[in-house]
Every structure is written in structure tokens, then in C-alpha cells.
Write a protein that binds this ligand. Structure first.
Ligand SMILES: *[C@@H]1O[C@H](CO)[C@@H](O)[C@H](O)[C@H]1NC(C)=O
Ligand SMILES: *[C@@H]1O[C@H](CO)[C@@H](O)[C@H](O)[C@H]1NC(C)=O
Ligand SMILES: *[C@@H]1O[C@H](CO)[C@@H](O)[C@H](O)[C@H]1NC(C)=O
Ligand SMILES: *[C@@H]1O[C@H](CO)[C@@H](O)[C@H](O)[C@H]1NC(C)=O
Ligand SMILES: *[C@@H]1O[C@H](CO)[C@@H](O)[C@H](O)[C@H]1NC(C)=O
Ligand SMILES: CC(=O)N[C@H]1CO[C@H](CO)[C@@H](O)[C@@H]1O
Length: 277
């Protein structure tokens, strides 16, 4: 029975580890690096991702759509740190900062935010202000300034927004500051193992999991039954051996009896005499 218990535990562990292992065998195409909560819109089932994490492909690039801004290119996704790094295809991160409203998305900026004011000026400001080139034109100059600064008369107030960074020509490329994190509530909160198992459950759908589990279960039952019968057979063999042993004992006993019957020690002296005579 000990082995049976061990086997049951072993099988359970096997089934569990199998269930936790996220894999790509269940549905057609493989998208390296894309897994729950993200999914490829239109190509992966709805339940394989979380709402708001839909990605799509266009010209060999992976995009994510933000309702208040538009499409941004996915640079990297780090699942353990829950960090989504994006690239602005229009190459104007300050414009993303200005227009992106994350309140209806599952994302928030990865960085600590600070409020800044965007101002739109008809003339250049002093050199202590650096205009944002991608938002400025020949006749208008956009600056991102501290909220404490009251804009000069030549400037229009655009908006005050909480953003990770102000504009700096030295810290500016098409992705600087475009890092987001996400927060999933509910059972899949910390992107841990539990989350992955849910991923798998969702990814594979009922069929995939059913197949895997059913195969595991069938294998388990088969082995258990085999083991049971093997044990029964073994018992039978043992019983047979025991029976044979008993038989053997009887035979030996008989022989012994016969021997004893012939043993000189037990033979009476008169008999000896008879024998001698
Ligand atoms: C799963 O994906 C990995 C890497 O993305 C690939 O090497 C492997 O062959 C895939 N497995 C199957 C069964 O498709
Ligand atoms: C996408 O990538 C494939 C292979 O890397 C290449 O052959 C194809 O031209 C690319 N398409 C576009 C639109 O860049
Ligand atoms: C973002 O959108 C929400 C809901 O639409 C709105 O209440 C909020 O004021 C917006 N935030 C900004 C900074 O525009
Ligand atoms: C700044 O003003 C110009 C013209 O006054 C306008 O075309 C432009 O869209 C404005 N920019 C911003 C970021 O508000
Ligand atoms: C994540 O969610 C938890 C609980 O729902 C909340 O307390 C926390 O502030 C959220 N964090 C972020 C970054 O949204
Ligand atoms: C994404 C993932 O975990 N893929 C694994 C699927 O299974 C094969 C073989 O079992 C592994 O090599 C992959 O890494």
C-alpha cells in the first residue's frame, strides 16, 4: 500500500506541475514572449488574455492601442516586473504624455509622476526654456514647464498633466518614459504561479486542459489498476508459494515420520534383537 500512496502523490505532483507549465502546444501559432494577460487580438481566443491587454501585428511590429492616443509599438514586456515598454511610432513621447489617459486602461506609468504644464507660445521663450521640437512649429512653440511657473503672455495654457518626465533633449528618444505597469485585481493579482496556471487554463480552453488532464488521469488510472492487479497477482503467487510450502512441510513431515519410524533410536531393543537375529 505504501507504494500505492507514493504513486498517488507522485502522480498528483506530476499532474500539477504539468498544469502549471505554460506552453504553446494547445493552439496553432506561437507568439514568443506574448502570454497572459496579453493576447493577440483576433488570433488568440478572448479568454487567453485580459481585457485591455490586446495586442496586434502590423508590418512585423507588435502594437497596443490606447483609446486617447492611438497605437504604440510594444518594445518589451517583462512579466515578472510587470513592465511594458513602448515606442511611439510618431517619435513624439511628449505628445503621448500630453494625450494619454490611462484611466480607462489597466495600465499606469511605471515611474513616479509629477505634474507639469504644457504651454503653447507664439514666440520663443528665453533659452532657459527648451521647446519640445515635435510639438512645435514655425509659429508656435510648445514647452513643458513646472506648474509653479506662470506662463508668459505670449503663451497659451494647454494642459497640466501628471507625467514621468519633462522634456530634455538629452533624455529623449522614441521610448524614453514610455514604461507602464499593470495591476490585475482578483485571482490573478501578482502574476505568480497561480496566475500562470490560470493563464494555461484560459489559454488552452476547456479542450486543451481536458485533453492534458484526461490523458494524465487515464494514465494514472491505468497504472493504478495495473498496480492493483500486479499486487493481486503477487498475492496469489505468495499464497501459492505458502500453500506449496505447507504441502512441502507435510511431505517433509511424512518423510520425517517415515524416517523416525525407521530411526534406530526409536526402534525398540526387542526389534533390534529381531533384526539381529
Ligand atoms: C514552444 O515554443 C518554443 C519557443 O517559443 C519552441 O521552441 C517550441 O518548439 C514550441 N513547442 C511546440 C510544441 O510548439
Ligand atoms: C516581415 O518580416 C519578414 C521576415 O523577417 C520579411 O520577409 C517581410 O518583408 C517583413 N515585412 C514587412 C512589412 O516588413
Ligand atoms: C481621463 O478620462 C477620465 C474618464 O474618461 C476622466 O474622468 C479624466 O478626467 C481624464 N483625465 C485626464 C487627465 O484627462
Ligand atoms: C499650439 O498652437 C498652434 C497654433 O496656435 C496649434 O496649431 C497647435 O496645435 C498647438 N499645440 C498644442 C500642443 O496645443
Ligand atoms: C493595484 O491594486 C491594488 C488593489 O486592487 C491597489 O491597492 C493598488 O493601489 C493598485 N496599484 C496600482 C499601481 O494601481
Ligand atoms: C513557452 C514554453 O514554456 N514552451 C515550452 C513548451 O514545451 C517545450 C518542451 O516540453 C519546451 O521546450 C518549451 O520551452
Amino acid at each position: 500500500m505504501d507504494f500505492f500512496i507514493f504513486f498517488t502523490i507522485f502522480s498528483s505532483v506530476f499532474l500539477l506541475t504539468k498544469a502549471h507549465e505554460p506552453n504553446n502546444t494547445s493552439y496553432g501559432r506561437v507568439y514568443p514572449g506574448i502570454r497572459y494577460p496579453f493576447r493577440i487580438q483576433d488570433e488568440q481566443p478572448h479568454h487567453s488574455g485580459h481585457p485591455g491587454f490586446e495586442l496586434f501585428f502590423r508590418q512585423n511590429k507588435t502594437y497596443i492601442h490606447f483609446p486617447t492616443y492611438g497605437d504604440l509599438i510594444v518594445k518589451t514586456i517583462s512579466y515578472d516586473t510587470r513592465k511594458l515598454n513602448l515606442i511611439d511610432p510618431k517619435n513624439c513621447v511628449p505628445d503621448v504624455f500630453l494625450n494619454l489617459n490611462l484611466s480607462l486602461t489597466p495600465f499606469s506609468y511605471y515611474y513616479v509622476l509629477k505634474e507639469y504644464t504644457y504651454i503653447n507660445c507664439s514666440s520663443h521663450l528665453s533659452t532657459s526654456f527648451v521647446q519640445v521640437p515635435c510639438l512645435s512649429g514655425l509659429n508656435h512653440h510648445v514647452y513643458i514647464v513646472e506648474t509653479s511657473i506662470s506662463p508668459p503672455i505670449s503663451c497659451n495654457f494647454v494642459k497640466t498633466v501628471a507625467i514621468p518626465f519633462s522634456y530634455s533633449p538629452y533624455l529623449s528618444d522614441n521610448s524614453f518614459g514610455l514604461s507602464f505597469t499593470w495591476n490585475l485585481t482578483g485571482e490573478c493579482d501578482d502574476a505568480g504561479i497561480g496566475c500562470q496556471s490560470e493563464t494555461l487554463l484560459h489559454n488552452k480552453g476547456l479542450f486543451g486542459v481536458a485533453n492534458d488532464k484526461v490523458i494524465g488521469l487515464i494514465a494514472f488510472i491505468f497504472l493504478a489498476v495495473t498496480l492493483f492487479y500486479a499486487k493481486m497477482a503477487l498475492h496469489k503467487v505468495f499464497d501459492l508459494v505458502k500453500e506449496k510450502e505447507k504441502l512441502g512441510e507435510i511431505k517433509v513431515g511424512k518423510v520425517l515420520g517415515e524416517y523416525e519410524a525407521l530411526n534406530p533410536a526409536t526402534v525398540s531393543k526387542s526389534d533390534i534383537k529381531v533384526l539381529i537375529h
